[in-house]
Design a protein around this ligand. Structure first.
Ligand code: ZN
Length: 134
């Protein structure tokens, strides 16, 4: 069981790298923004801790992706680490916070504008723009 899990994780990380390379090549992006997730899951609530531990936090995956895509495109792509502060809890459109229902971290309603928001897409918009503090 442990070996199978380890193999699956390695494959997921490899696919993550290859997907990143494909996106960097097709999008012709000059910069690749990645959340700096060198943080601990300690003290976080159950679902958030699980999410943090499941994310590909090994920055070398993205460093390798940038090197491969830069080489293929013969252009320098910058890897930029983004502060993850509030990227998942701050509504991109209005700055409001989420009204969360227990166990649901994917879709939330904004307490300020009442919009229903996909929290992952919302976080991606913040990361694209350099983080909430940018
Ligand atoms: Zn809102």
């Amino acid at each position: 069981m442990y070996e199978r899990r380890k193999r699956l994780l390695r494959e997921i990380k490899n696919q993550c790298k290859l997907l990143s390379v494909a996106v960097l090549i097709q999008s012709k992006a000059k910069q690749f923004n990645v959340e700096d997730l060198q943080m601990s899951a300690r003290g976080k609530s159950g679902a958030l801790a699980k999410a943090i531990l499941a994310m590909p936090d090994e920055i070398n995956i993205f460093e390798q992706a940038v090197i491969l895509a830069s080489s293929y495109r013969q252009a320098d792509i910058e890897l930029k680490l983004i502060n993850p502060f509030k990227t998942s809890s701050n509504h991109y459109d209005c700055g409001g916070k989420w009204r969360r229902s227990l166990g649901n971290w994917d879709l939330c309603q904004c307490t300020f504008c009442e919009a229903e928001v996909n929290t992952h897409f919302n976080a991606a918009l913040h990361i694209r723009d350099g983080g909430v503090l940018a």
